[in-house]
Design a protein around this ligand. Structure first.
Ligand SMILES: Cc1cc2nc3c(=O)[nH]c(=O)nc-3n(C[C@H](O)[C@H](O)[C@H](O)COP(=O)(O)OP(=O)(O)OC[C@H]3O[C@@H](n4cnc5c(N)ncnc54)[C@H](O)[C@@H]3O)c2cc1C
Length: 400
């Protein structure tokens, strides 16, 4: 099924799904009906990931349509993303470790024949596990898997195929249209038993048959015991990063990036007189993921031009830092505003760019959405603690 890659499509999909976001969602959300139109889940994750539409908009719409009781499950799922993002934001060390592990394991693939063979068989859908091989192809061709498919895929990868979870997460990250540094890496850690220490997720053939409506026979034996992945040193939470305020009198431009593509719904502290965006998503995304992100970016550029009544300059991704400095200088800007990016590759790029721009006397100021600033501090511990803050997050003041 096509996934919304413009804000208009995302809003239309939300409106279409809203009637099902109440008790019907709670009762049927676990069913994985396979590729093709899905009616029991919203399939909004690619749009939410790029913030063509925000968690706040989606959660509030569900609340307005059904009330907190009936929409509780859907709102909670939407808030899992806010929770994971906050959790990683407060523990950037987990992201650094994941990146280092992927690098180490990818170089091990060159020398460890057993690992390389198992890895290649999994990635080429050659494991003889019917559901797993199907999901590999589904992921590659559509860029999406149902939540249960993701859970079972990760469990089979770790406990049956005995492959390192980090390589599975990297495979997901390359292909998922909704690839989110936090939701992806932390969900894999959760399945492996690293996130809630000692609590693993073990896939069962019977459950896979049941949630897939009998689409899979699952004759190949699956692991019967989830041997926990060896524990890692604990990463303690750090405080939420304080952001320097924007200079209200500095001539300012907006740098648009794929972490937040609805600039017209943010509040900008200074008038925006020029806009810049990169020409393509960075990293090593698979084709469908790159296409989705680039279409979403093109849509945001159009909306931003209209909203701010200013032209948008597209900069080459490879030389973005120099391009931004030259653009700002030409446009007479001394300040660039940009949406805050949670821990991940874009945040790393923003940090590097801030230093490069400072050398030219240009300030780069990140603007964090109030939803993130309110939600993330509650994500230091488990989701159970976070959950208690959801009603107030969705409707500040009403439940407080
Ligand atoms: C191993 C693994 C990896 C995952 N990687 C990602 C990822 O990279 N990006 C991502 O957005 N989700 C990820 N998820 C969570 C979840 O599978 C997807 O968000 C969900 O399947 C998207 O489908 P949907 O939009 O129809 O969800 P719906 O059921 O309609 O839920 C609505 C929205 O809530 C959010 N959401 C729902 N469940 C979760 C969850 N468990 N964690 C975080 N957010 C959630 C999504 O934004 C989703 O669009 C992962 C889950 C697992 C088990």
């Amino acid at each position: 099924m096509p996934f919304a890659n413009t804000r208009a499509d995302a809003l239309a999909r939300l409106a279409q799904f809203l009637p099902s976001a109440g008790r019907a969602y709670a009762a049927t959300r676990n069913r994985d009906t396979g590729p093709g139109p899905r009616t029991n889940v919203s399939a909004l994750s690619p749009a939410i990931r790029r913030r063509l539409i925000s968690e706040e908009e989606v959660a509030q719409a569900a609340f307005r349509a059904h009330g907190m009781d009936a929409a509780e499950k859907y709102i909670q799922e939407v808030c899992w993303r806010s929770y994971w993002r906050g959790h990683l934001e407060l523990r950037p060390g987990l992201w650094r470790r994941y990146l280092a592990d992927v690098e180490r394991l990818e170089s091990r693939l060159a020398n460890d024949r057993g690992l390389a063979t198992g890895h290649a068989q999994a990635l080429s859908a050659n494991t003889d596990i019917d559901c797993f091989d199907f999901w590999v192809e589904e992921l590659k061709s559509t860029g999406y898997l149902h939540n249960h498919a993701r859970m079972n895929f990760a469990s089979i990868w770790i406990f049956t195929l005995k492959l390192p979870w980090q390589l599975g997460a990297a495979f997901f990250y390359r292909h998922l249209l909704d690839a989110c540094p936090a939701s992806n890496s932390l969900s894999w850690r959760w399945v492996a038993g690293l996130q809630t220490v000692g609590k693993t997720y073990l896939a069962s053939a019977e459950r896979i048959r049941s949630v897939s409506g009998g689409r899979f026979a699952v004759r190949h034996p699956l692991a019967e015991f989830a041997e926990p992945v060896p524990p890692e040193p604990v990463v303690s939470p750090v405080p939420l990063r304080a952001l320097p305020p924007a200079n209200p009198s500095a001539p300012s431009g907006l740098w648009l990036h794929t972490e937040d593509l609805s600039p017209e719904t943010s509040s900008w502290p200074v008038p925006v007189r020029a806009i810049a965006a990169v020409d393509a998503i960075g990293g090593d995304p698979a084709g469908p993921k790159a296409d989705h992100a680039n279409a979403a970016l093109a849509d945001a550029v159009q909306r931003a031009e209209q909203h701010f009544d200013a032209p948008c300059v597209r900069l080459p991704e490879a030389a973005m830092e120099d391009g931004l400095a030259a653009w700002a200088t030409d446009a007479g800007l001394t300040q660039i505003l940009t949406p805050y990016a949670a821990t991940g590759p874009v945040a790393d790029r923003i940090a590097a760019t801030r230093n490069a721009l400072a050398a030219h006397g240009i300030a780069l100021v990140e603007i964090r959405r109030p939803w993130d600033s309110r939600a993330w501090p509650h994500a230091a511990r488990g989701f159970f603690q976070f959950k208690g803050h959801i009603p107030d997050l969705v409707n500040p003041g009403l439940f407080g």
